[in-house]
Design a protein around this ligand. Structure first.
Ligand SMILES: [Fe+2]
Ligand SMILES: [Fe+2]
Length: 529
């Protein structure tokens, strides 16, 4: 094996360089960039004119990166996929041979080698007009000695003359070391990517589980996540005004995306019946049914009372007092009207006036006798629920819903987020905070609420108001009404004015329609947002 070219390099220098390359590779976290870098550094290191990096995938090797200085041909990696068929794992090709045997191949001239007769390089040369001479094929083995790919370097060049030389023994051993470092770096990046994918899909599964609990809010989290990204991109493209100078980094985007996916995670602890409480008396079922049955019983007892009184009077030979029939007819009619009123009061659509509450109390106070016991028309709890002035939730139930925000914070605090995702809990946990400090759960003030959290708050309200249907909303709220409410939120110093102006100016709200159409067309992946 010829060693002419290694004299041009000082070994100590090369070792130092090898070390630097190892460090550089270990900090690269983008697999595509990493692979390009590995091949480039390996070629520089050996002064190789050309080279290919293959990765082992299943039972074959795939072309990942090819580089050829003479042909000025660079493909794969950041330039897109290479359209070449995979190499089978057998000894018929240089890379296949290296992958199968795990041995280094160092060939002085692939055309004249007495032992190896590889046709691949010659065929490629016929296509390109190139002349492959020396080849160094090195397996990339990871820390467990598993081959994950092959580095193939072609035509080592003399540093001064550019003449093609064989790869030296020193090249061989140093590239072997570089290939191992490269393999470890590739595995690390893959591991990080896999972990991120795993985490992403876990987050998506959790979010879907929460969304699925309510038929009315299904897909809310996904839409909020996508909307949040749209607004964040809007901030980055914004050139003017207070947001003009703000640029989210890739990590900040990712942080916001994860925070959006997790913002309502605390809802997992919200009791199911509170989530979509459709009527005021609803618990596991609508207790108006109990009230109806009770009123039917009361009707029967009134009728029975009339019959008993009538029979007693007849038995005593006395006539019915004046107005007897009218009195009972009136009582039954009132009973029917009261039930109808209770049924109306049970639906949360309308605001309850003071007079309504007085009437509810009057009805509730009346009594009837059941199994010898005097009972009120309405239980205390029924009365309390029916007296809800607006919506269907009692104070305690409203609190239970609101608790999801602090529960989100509590749950997220238990996840050991990486440094890059450290802001996920504060962003997600602040989505119900308001700039004037009147929000929940912490009552944070403007200066304590990050721009990402403000984005989340804005799109969360926007998405909720734009929901297609809700338990008591017959049809979706018109867009102009939704935007008007948002503006009122701005004027009340609840949500961020600059973000809202951007939202309107760039018509970012239209994104929601796109997202809804896409979601209706089929399920998507969390990573697409
Ligand atoms: Fe929420
Ligand atoms: Fe939400």
């Amino acid at each position: 094996m010829a060693d002419q070219n290694h004299s041009a390099f000082d070994l100590e220098d090369r070792l130092r360089r090898l070390n630097e390359i190892g460090v550089a590779l270990s900090v690269e976290h983008n697999l595509t960039v990493l692979l390009e870098r590995i091949l480039l550094e390996a070629r520089r290191f050996t002064r190789a004119d050309a080279g290919t990096l293959f990765l082992l995938k299943g039972d074959h090797l795939t072309f990942e990166i090819t580089q050829n200085d003479t042909l000025k041909s660079f493909a794969g990696g950041t330039r897109g996929k290479i359209d070449l068929p995979p190499i089978p794992l057998n000894k018929e090709s240089v890379s296949g041979y290296v992958a199968v045997t795990g041995q280094i191949l160092n060939i002085e001239d692939v055309y004249t080698d007495p032992v190896y007769h590889f046709e691949g390089p010659k065929q490629a040369d016929r296509r390109t007009g190139y002349r492959t001479r020396s080849i160094l094929g090195v397996p990339m083995k990871d820390h467990e000695d598993q081959i994950i790919g092959v580095l193939q370097l072609i035509n080592a060049l003399h540093p001064q003359t550019g003449e093609v030389l064989p790869f030296s023994a020193q090249d061989q051993s140093l590239i072997q070391s570089l290939a191992s470092q490269a393999a470890v770096a590739i595995n690390n990046v893959r591991l990080i990517e896999e972990t991120e994918r795993l985490f992403d899909s876990f987050v998506e599964v959790m979010a879907t589980a929460i969304d699925e609990r309510s038929p009315y809010t299904g897909g809310h989290i996904r839409r909020v996540a996508e909307m949040a990204m749209a607004v964040a991109h809007g901030v980055n493209s914004c050139q003017e005004g207070p947001l003009g100078a703000r640029q989210f980094s890739e990590d900040e985007f990712n942080e916001l995306r994860i925070a959006a996916w997790m913002h309502d995670i605390g809802k997992i602890t919200t009791p199911e019946w509170v989530v979509d409480k459709p009527t005021k008396l609803h618990t596991l079922f609508d207790r108006i049914e109990l009230v109806r049955t009770r009123f039917a019983l009361i009707r029967k007892s009134i009728e029975l009372e009339r019959l008993e009184r009538q029979a007693a009077l007849q038995e005593a030979g006395q006539p019915l007092p004046a107005g007897f029939a009218e009195e009972y007819a009136h009582r039954l009619q009132t009973l029917g009207e009261d039930l109808a009123f209770l049924e109306r009061a049970n639906t949360p659509g309308e605001f309850m006036q003071d007079a309504d509450l007085v009437r509810l109390n009057q009805i509730a106070r009346q009594t009837y006798v059941e199994e010898g016991q005097e009972r009120p028309y309405l239980s205390e709890n029924e009365l309390k629920n029916l007296c809800i002035r607006k919506g269907s939730l009692t104070q305690e139930e409203r609190q239970k819903i609101n608790d999801h925000a602090s529960m989100s914070i509590k749950m997220l605090a238990q996840i050991p987020f990486t440094r890059k995702l450290a802001q996920v809990p504060p962003i997600a946990g602040a989505h119900h905070e308001k700039l004037d400090g009147s929000g929940y759960p912490l009552g944070l003030k403007a200066e304590q609420i990050s721009l990402q959290a403000r984005i989340l708050a804005l799109v969360d309200i926007f998405e909720s108001l734009s929901a297609d249907d809700r338990p008591y909303r017959a049809k979706p709220m018109p867009r102009e009404v939704v935007l008007r409410i948002l503006r009122e939120e701005v004027e009340a110093n609840h949500i961020d004015r600059d973000l809202f102006e951007l939202f309107i100016r760039e018509q970012l709200y239209l994104k929601l329609d796109e997202i809804k159409a896409r979601m209706a067309a089929g399920p998507r992946n969390a990573q697409d947002v």
